[in-house]
Design a protein around this ligand. Sequence first.
Ligand code: ADP
Length: 368
Amino acid sequence: MTLEKIEPVKIHILIVDDDAGDRKALRRALEGSGTAGDIVEAVDIESALAACDSRAFDFAIVDYRMPGQDGLHGVTALHARFPFMPIVMATSHGDEVIAAEALKRGAADYIPKANIRAQSIRRVLDSAMEKATLRRELARRQEELEKFAAVLVHDLRAPITAIRAFARYIDKGLQAETPNRETIAGQCRQIVECGRRMDALITALYEYTKADAEVGFDVVDMRSALAEARSNLEAIIERQHARVEHGPLPTVLGNLPQLSELLQNLIGNGLKYCEMPAPVIEIHAQPEPDNVWRFAVRDNGIGIAEKNRRRIFEPFERLHGTGKYEGSGLGLAICKKIVERHGGAIWCESNEGPGSTFVFTLRGAPGY
Ligand code: ADP
């Protein structure tokens, strides 16, 4: 048996230290740690900042004691400009208080200079890199949350504003000498419709957040997932004289309620975004290497332009206003979450004929 040799990931490192001897010792330890790609040396913070401006570093190690400035200022300045670059401070004996201060100012860790050896530096480097990855992920989630909240406020406010306006019209209409019953009844219906839209949005939001929940994985027969999705869509399928056809479907590793929701959203969209007198949805699965199944949900609907095929998976992204096709813009974002939670990927492909094809991958159940 031959074992494939896995090369460790090489990272770009910046050493900030005024002492040539210390820089050499650091370089030797970093090279011995087995992860260093290229190493750049800077003798003070100004040249360190300039080096970071001209290229990206994965890791910086900053000496505390430098003439004319202390390393803490260096940590502050580097962290402010490059918040996701892990910084480790090299301290001397008796600098423990300084080390704590460095952490407060954004350093991921510190390492006593006396302890700079290949093994110890590797440990510090690995943990600093891990912390930086977490920090980046947290920032990404925070940004996503802010965007989500902004759109949500906008989308919920629209029907509320409309409800208030209709209520004012009704109030005014009732004060007329001879109130127009028909107009008022129409305005009441509009209020009911706005309420229904808000309700649908709240339900979609609930489904979206639920897709994040920890769920148990089991062996799932995709025919059962499809049967459940179909039965939830039965009324629409009948009303639109639609056909939902499928080839042989495998058994996968996953969560049945989530997988039927995935199919329901994709089939539901295939039915909704279709102008044909008889929509046809076809579901096929084919095996891929490494026990992965590739599913395709194909429709004969209005299709999706190439340039929009990525963004439709983002929350609240809709290609049409509420006028013609109703929706929250969360259906595909829910699908993406579900598939990614299952360790797969989802994307949209073009059809040869009319319509679109949504493709996703799932892990096959072991031993099936
Ligand atoms: P919703 O249907 O609630 O608007 P989705 O997240 O399910 O939200 O879909 C996002 C957008 O992608 C839709 O508004 C629509 O413009 C487009 N879309 C989704 N599925 C299809 C499809 N099968 N055919 C054509 N367009 C689609």
